[in-house]
Design a protein around this ligand. Structure first.
Ligand code: HAM
Length: 528
């Protein structure tokens, strides 16, 4: 590679990681507008903001979202959180560079190194320096036994000992030095954890919380699908499971979308039953699916066994006819769930919220029961779900809290912004109200004071850091989309009369400072 090419490559080395992106002005103005609107609308429904950590124990997500879901089984960013201690070095020394165990001496040497590591790990385990989990206890014991076994083994050559050595190396690698944690793929689990941790059941119920922030899922990136994406979510925890709560939560999202003038909004709702009726329906569905198995593709065939409800999610054209003939959960709800579902629909009608019933809406996370809903919007292609949510009574209890009702939703903010952009919503141009064109030392001092006063009065001001010729300054003001140029030279400063030029029509005024601010205030009020 030539030196030039190498330099060029060097320059291009750092790029945002696949599936992540930078959000830049002016687009970020639209993001701010969306978030500001969420703050305002959610406050009118009595929701308070919560901020939860970006990472939590993996176990929290595994237990809530479910081990068999795509999110937990394939998409989480998970790592072990520990400090680099002597243990790390001992482990590295034990299991790396085991090139050959061709002699009894090499084996003894290997066992010595592993033995040192296990001894140190056992001590750390006792002292609480590494997690005192049953898994760690078992792994350490297994390693001990394998070492003892190999020590008494009469060396006969690599073939006999290698399988046991491999087992021992595995055990050594499996010792956990720290907690296993994950970047949050969603925030419902964290909000439930926080509800329990802070004893929020002592507060007036239900507790209404909302959050805005990044989530992480290792999905295949495409339009509207990222590995770091943003959600605006809300959760209602505690109190009753009155259908009016479900309806009000949905009404809140729809009000929010309405305020943003989001186009082509379609709300789908469903009820997926409860612990009583859903398992019976799932069995019925499985039996029916087995009858039509041959008409389904390999993914759906596999799901008949693992999670038959997910077959209903299939977008495969060839399967649609078959799926249409399957039994529908809404015909198999228990009486309590059926009553709840009818009441939710009635409550939505009372609120003037239009919806479509979609019996195939099952959602991909395990914690849901009864009401589920999804909202799609225009201009998003295949990733058109802009919001998903549902009821999750029992999740707080599953995480070690008291029996608690819960319902919520999360909006994909990236998709929301994308849809707004596609329908022509441009962010307000971040132009300046005033560009201060100054020349000379005395004028600089006045310009600094003028900038301070104008900013205090709420104007956006560009104050060039170095002196420019007036012609260049006006060109710069034009490029930045400034509405006015405030011209400050020696004359202006000594006369106490400042020149204000309106860039759109070139009109020029000479005014004393207070009158000038008043004039700007009036012209801003007219233009906004
Ligand atoms: P979810 O359906 O997994 O639900 O995600 C909600 C929304 O987040 C989706 O409808 C979509 O707009 C957006 N989203 C999900 N993954 C991505 C991605 N990779 N890139 C861009 N946007 C994405 C939940 O997360 C639940 N916690 C919602 C909830 C709250 N249910 C009850 N309370």
């Amino acid at each position: 590679m030539s030196e030039g090419a190498a330099k060029k490559e060097e320059r291009h080395k750092f790029q945002a990681i696949r599936g992540t992106r930078d959000l830049l002005p002016p687009e970020t103005a639209l993001w701010n507008h969306v978030e500001q609107t969420a703050n305002e609308v959610f406050a009118t429904f009595g929701f308070g903001a919560i901020r939860v950590p970006i990472f939590e124990p993996t176990e929290l997500f595994a237990r809530s979202i479910g081990l068999d879901t795509d999110v937990v089984s394939k998409e989480m960013y998970t790592f072990e959180d520990y400090e680099a201690t002597e243990l790390v070095e001992l482990r590295t020394a034990a299991v790396t560079n085991v090139a050959s165990l061709a002699t009894g001496e090499a084996l003894r040497d290997f066992l010595d190194r592993v033995g040192n590591f296990i001894l140190a790990a056992e001590k750390a385990f006792e002292a609480g320096g590494i997690p005192k989990t049953p898994e760690n206890e078992r792994t350490l014991q297994m390693a001990r036994e394998l070492i003892a076994d190999l020590q008494t083994f009469r060396y006969q050559g690599e073939r006999e000992i290698l399988p046991r050595v491999a087992e021992l190396k595995d055990a050594v690698r499996q010792v956990r030095f720290g907690d296993v944690i994950s970047l949050r793929p969603e925030a419902t689990a964290s909000v439930c954890r926080a509800y329990i941790e802070h004893g929020m059941r002592q507060l007036p119920q239900p507790v209404k919380l909302y959050y805005i922030g990044p989530m992480f899922r290792r999905e295949r990136p495409q339009k509207g699908r990222y590995r770091q994406f943003y959600q605006i979510g809300a959760e209602v925890l505690g109190g009753s499971d009155a259908p009016a709560i479900d309806a009000e939560v949905i009404e809140m999202v729809m009000t929010f979308f309405d305020r943003l003038e989001l186009h082509g909004v379609q709300l789908d709702i469903n009820s997926i039953g409860c612990r009583e009726c859903r398992p019976k329906y799932v069995e019925l569905l499985r039996a029916e699916l087995l009858k039509v198995k041959d008409k389904l593709g390999p993914d759906s065939q596999r799901r008949i066994r693992t999670n038959p409800l997910r077959v209903l999610d299939s977008k495969l054209e060839s399967e649609q006819g078959t799926i249409a003939t399957l039994p529908r959960i809404t015909d198999h709800l228990c009486e309590a769930c059926a009553t709840h579902y009818s009441a939710v629909k009635r409550q939505l009608e009372m609120r003037g919220v239009f919806f479509r019933e979609n019996w195939r809406l099952v959602r991909g996370l395990d914690y849901y029961m009864r009401t589920t809903f999804e909202i799609t919007a225009q201009g998003l292609g295949s990733q058109n779900a802009v919001c998903g949510g549902g009821r999750y009574d029992g999740l707080v209890e599953l995480l070690g809290g008291p029996p608690t009702k819960g319902i919520g939703f999360a909006i994909g903010e990236d998709r929301l912004v994308l849809s707004l952009q596609e329908s022509g919503k441009a962010p307000a141009q971040p132009g300046r109200d005033v560009y201060i064109a100054w020349m000379g030392e005395r004028a600089h001092a006045t310009a600094i004071r003028a900038a301070k006063d104008l900013r205090k009065a709420g104007f956006s001001v560009e104050l060039p850091p170095v002196e420019q010729k007036f012609g260049k300054a006006l060109g710069q003001a034009d490029k930045l989309g400034a509405k006015h140029a405030l011209i400050l030279g020696d004359n202006e400063v000594s006369e106490g009369l400042w020149t204000l030029k309106t860039l759109a029509d070139g009109a020029q005024l000479k005014l004393p400072e207070p009158a000038l601010i008043e004039h700007l205030r009036k012209s801003k009020a007219v233009s906004s």
